[in-house]
Design a protein around this ligand. Structure first.
Ligand SMILES: NC(=O)c1ccc[n+]([C@@H]2O[C@H](COP(=O)([O-])OP(=O)(O)OC[C@H]3O[C@@H](n4cnc5c(N)ncnc54)[C@H](OP(=O)(O)O)[C@@H]3O)[C@@H](O)[C@H]2O)c1
Length: 395
């Protein structure tokens, strides 16, 4: 930090999904700035071993595991330590709304993050949002609740962080388009025929980012970009007709905003999630991160092209879900989660993923999402429908 700059005040945080890729990157930042962040709570799904290490290192008062037997194991591992260990969704909710927490980093993967993230919003916590699926399932509800409770939702997704930064200091009425960039994922160069026989190992080889398995498969199908279009619609309160997607293989330009005068503002950087996470954690300040600098002369060339909806139809489903509205995005999201899990377990082919999502959406009767229960009910319905399609397609 340069001489004379005031130290940021201490912030108490909770990390939902602390054992995942975003969670561990967040803790890396806490490690780098121990005088700035105090960890009040951590949560995970079932990884009691990793959570134990985090408890010993960061000393949270409260933790929760969604898996009750993992929580029982963790209690044994942590006997004698000053930490309360909770279990199940109730446990996650308690950690998300811990009274001393000011900022909640929402980094659970999938729809499982909706209830705890909403609980954090309803208890007035500021949110650093990586977990995009809740925004897809119930974006309007989350934003309405955030407004009601005086909460700001700071994007962590690199594309949305880039747009957030490119919008700063500008007037909303001057925005013409948001342009989300997409790397194209691990399988961008494959033909339709080749995509059919792709293995999970192959689809998990993302060219630029090291992330959890689910989002890496979503990147390979381009469903990740479909989810991000929905996320952008609610984060920035902008209709889908003004949100575009561009393939940019190098993941250097993280996204752009075009203004009415045709000027474009973009945010650039090497792909490292610690940059957008740190911006959400210290907004409006920036952390002096000791990371490699982007050297454009070394990169020399950046490439761009249009998405290929024929080989990667999931992106189009994201737009379609927004046009239909109501519970359709939640339905799409749930069907995708089931299909991706089945693909990762070797149960279905890569190209079956989109078929399962589309077939589930085709038979869904949409209703408005007025309450949390509306979103959860659509989620349950779509999971059941998609499961039956997985069984029918099982290899
Ligand atoms: N990774 C990235 O670079 C990146 C970038 C942009 C956005 N995002 C978004 O951030 C979110 C997290 O992604 P990730 O890559 O960090 O995922 P990840 O590595 O798979 O980590 C997921 C976290 O969620 C926990 N979890 C899984 N299922 C759960 C459940 N049913 N209930 C409660 N907790 C559960 C996991 O606990 P266990 O370890 O116990 O399973 C882990 O802590 C996703 O929504 C993703 O789209 C990620």
């Amino acid at each position: 930090m340069s001489h004379g700059v005031k130290k940021p005040p201490m912030k108490t945080i909770v990390i939902l999904g602390s054992t995942g890729s975003i969670g561990t990157n967040t803790l890396d930042l806490v490690d780098r700035f121990p005088e700035e962040f105090r960890v009040a709570g951590l949560t995970a799904g079932s990884n009691d071993e990793k959570l134990e290490g985090q408890i010993r290192r960061f000393k949270p008062r409260l933790v929760a595991l969604s898996d009750a037997s993992a929580a029982a194991r963790l209690r044994q591992r942590c006997e004698g330590l000053p930490v309360e260990i909770l279990a199940g969704q109730e446990g996650l909710i308690q950690v998300a709304s811990a009274p001393e927490a000011e900022l909640v980093i929402s980094a659970i993967v999938g729809g499982a993050g909706l209830v705890p993230t909403l609980a954090a919003i309803r208890s007035g916590k500021q949110i650093a949002l990586a977990n995009k699926e809740p925004m897809v399932m119930a974006g309007k509800l989350m934003q309405d609740e955030a407004r009601r409770h005086g909460v700001r939702i700071f994007p962590v997704d690199s594309e949305h962080s880039a747009i957030f930064q490119s919008l700063e200091g500008h007037r909303k009425e001057d925005v013409r388009r948001l342009i989300l960039t997409a790397s194209g994922g691990a399988l961008w160069t494959l033909s339709r025929e080749e995509l059919q026989d792709v293995t999970p190992e192959r689809a998990l080889q993302h060219p630029n980012w090291k992330m959890g398995a689910k989002i890496t498969i979503d990147s390979a199908t381009l469903m990740n970009k479909g989810l991000e279009v929905v996320e952008a619609r609610w984060l920035f309160d902008i209709p889908e007709s003004q949100i575009e997607v561009m393939i940019h293989r190098e993941s250097i330009i993280h996204s752009l905003v075009e203004y009415q005068d045709r000027s474009m503002i973009a945010q650039l950087g090497l792909p490292d999630m610690r940059t957008p996470i740190s911006y959400a954690m210290r907004y409006p300040g920036r952390m002096p991160l000791d990371l490699p600098s982007l050297d454009l002369t070394e990169i020399a060339k950046l490439t761009f092209c249009k998405p290929d909806h024929d080989r990667f139809p999931c992106l189009g489903l994201g737009y379609e879900s927004l046009r239909v509205g109501g519970t359709m995005p939640a339905t799409m999201n749930a069907a995708n989660e089931i299909a991706v899990e089945a693909f990762l377990n070797g149960g279905i082919r890569f190209t079956d993923i989109v078929e399962i999502i589309r077939s589930t959406m085709d038979v869904h009767t949409t209703k408005d999402v007025e309450t949390l229960e509306d979103a959860l009910e659509a989620d349950r319905w779509a999971r059941e429908k998609a499961e039956s399609l997985v069984v029918a397609l099982a290899r």
